[in-house]
Structures are given as C-alpha cells and as structure tokens.
Design a protein around this ligand. Structure first.
Ligand code: OOG
Ligand code: MG
Length: 272
C-alpha cells in the first residue's frame, strides 16, 4: 500500500464476485428475505468493494427502468451509530419506486423488518462535486428542504450488520415519504430544528437536526464527497436525505406514524 492508497480504497473482490453479491442482494430485496452477512463469505470485503456492489445494483435497477431520483446518507447521528454499532456514515441511492406519497399506506408484507426515522431532505438546483464539498457549498446548491420519513429495512437477520454489508445492501434503503412543507434553507435554523415522532399517537422519539453531524447540510457534503470516491457527482435536481436524527423505530402492521417537524409541517403514513 502506498501513501495514496488508503485502506478504504482497497478492493478484494473480483468483478465476478461483485456481480454475484449484487444479484444476491437484489434477490433478497425481491423476495423480502434475509441473507447471511456478506462479510461471512467474503471476510476481506472492504468499503470500496461494498460500493462496487452497490453500484452494480444501481446499474442493474436503472437498466430495468427504475429512475434514479437521488441519494441518502445514513449513520450520521450518534443515536443511529450507537443503535447499529456502526460508526461511519454510509450512502445509498434512491429510485422513484421507493417513494410513497404523504399519508400513504405502506405494504408491510413487501418488507422484512421495517423501521422508521425522521430526516431533513434537500432538493438541489446545482451540481455538487467532491472531493472538498462543504456545508456552505451544499446550502448554496439547495433549492429547498422538506421533511421526510425514511422506512429502512435491512436484508440481514436480526437487523444486524457491519459497514461493508450494509453498504452493499444499499444502506438499508427501502421506502421513503417526503411531505410537509417545503422551505428555503436560509429561512430556517437547521441545527435547532426540532422533530417529534409519534406512532399510534404516542411519542416514540424526539430530537433536533444538529444531531446529524452538527448540521444536516454537513451530511449532504459528506455524501457528495463519498460520491466523489465512486467517480460520481450529485446532479442538480436531486432529492437527498441527510440521515435519521433519532434512533430508528421498528413498525408493524396497523401502525400509524406521524413525524412532526418544527417549521416544516408533518409527514405521516400507515403500515398495512
Ligand atoms: C442503515 C441506514 C441508516 C440513517 O438514516 O441513519 C440510515 C440502517 O440503520 O439500517 O438510513
Ligand atoms: Mg435514513
């Protein structure tokens, strides 16, 4: 390894292995069934390998007609890191078929063990590129922000994973609902923005958006810089989620979820 090769850049999987793992993950998504941790079979798998798998998954889904509409970054708050015992942010891609409208019914049978989390979402109006993207760059390229609930679902048993496995599983992406009220970021203090999550009328989590890397725009900058390591940029017009503010909460059939965001209105959904 020379000084320009960080361990994160190291790749241990062949192209054939990357394709094989991407197919295995895609199959777990389609069948809503868990698979063993990918690092059990490929213990040397690195973060770079895992993003190669995620990219293969994205290319195959886009080739079959799923439109890429944006990206998400997760494991950006201490609550989420402690909950998952993974202490490094991870990104994933978002396609149009993962989106559900405000007040949607979510089909629980299409998921394995879904959890919900409140996030600040950004919609961009300029291209953002790494490697040195900053919070200020993100705010300058933000058209508006809006509240979102991400419905995550791990394809690994007991909702337990390590960093390479979760990245290869598209960072647990499954569904998301954006709604509420879109606002210009400059009209808000995004650090002190409060959120209250209720399930069936009971408060299950509360937080402020500064929990996400001190400022949710910081998380988007981090996402752009991770994209750069994949040779990608964040296109203008992208929908981007900055990561769960509080820990994620498990949901089941019959649950009615309402996330109330200060200044941004609320987002709700029902699991059937
Ligand atoms: C990984 C995805 C994390 C977030 O917002 O922190 C995530 C997981 O916890 O399953 O989306
Ligand atoms: Mg999330």
């Amino acid at each position: 390894m020379n000084q320009f090769q960080t361990p994160a850049k190291m790749q241990t999987l062949t192209d054939a292995e990357v394709c094989l793992i991407a197919e295995r993950v895609a199959d777990a998504h389609t069948r809503h069934q868990v698979i063993p941790l990918l690092t059990e079979e490929f213990p040397a798998m690195t973060v770079a390998d895992a993003y190669n798998v995620q990219n293969a998954l994205r290319r195959s889904w886009v080739a079959r007609g799923n439109r890429l509409i944006g990206w998400k970054i997760g494991l950006t708050s201490k609550a989420k890191m402690l909950q998952m015992k993974v202490y490094e942010p991870a990104i994933g891609f978002l396609t149009h078929d993962m989106s559900r409208p405000e007040n949607a019914t979510i089909l629980t049978a299409e998921l394995i063990h879904p959890r919900v989390e409140c996030e600040v979402a950004f919609v961009t109006n300029k291209t953002l590129r790494g490697p040195d993207c900053t919070r200020e760059d993100v705010l300058a390229a933000t058209d508006f922000v809006l509240p979102a609930v991400e419905i995550i679902d791990s394809r690994f048993a007991a909702y337990k994973f390590d960093l390479p496995s979760v990245i290869a599983d598209n960072s647990s992406s499954a569904r998301f609902v954006a709604g509420g009220r879109a606002r210009y970021a400059q009209d808000l203090d995004l650090r002190t923005l409060g959120v209250v999550m209720e399930i069936n009328g009971e408060i299950v989590a509360t937080g402020a958006a500064a929990a996400v890397l001190d400022h949710p725009a910081e998380a988007i900058a981090r996402l752009v810089n991770i994209l750069h390591t994949q040779g990608e940029e964040l296109a203008s017009g992208s929908f981007v989620m900055s990561g769960g503010i509080t820990e994620a909460i498990a949901v089941k059939v019959g649950d009615h979820v309402v996330a109330r965001f200060q200044e941004l209105g609320s987002v709700s959904m029902r699991f059937i």
